[in-house]
Design a protein around this ligand. Sequence first.
Ligand SMILES: [Zn+2]
Length: 105
Amino acid sequence: MNLPGQLVPPGDSLDYVMPWLIHELTHAWQYQHIGWTYILRALSAQFRYGAAAYDFGGEANLVKCRQEHWTIKNFNLEQQGEIARCYYACQRRPTRLTSRTSRTY
Ligand SMILES: [Zn+2]
């Protein structure tokens, strides 16, 4: 994959690249904290739930889960990547956080 040399504006055809990278960097962070078992846990979520493994339920569910004292660790590893990706995308183009289940990373 070729990464753009600079941040592209919202709506650019390469606008998906940095959010994708944020998702993947979340996996790097998981590796640093839990070691190689991260890949087994991420694959387990993918095999168990398919594309739904990425679905964290959107902003409304994050608020609900936080009220129930959930932290990022309560979500599966793919959901964690999606939360980070969506947060980044939301910062770039303010919208409500929604889960996307049609693309796997
Ligand atoms: Zn992933």
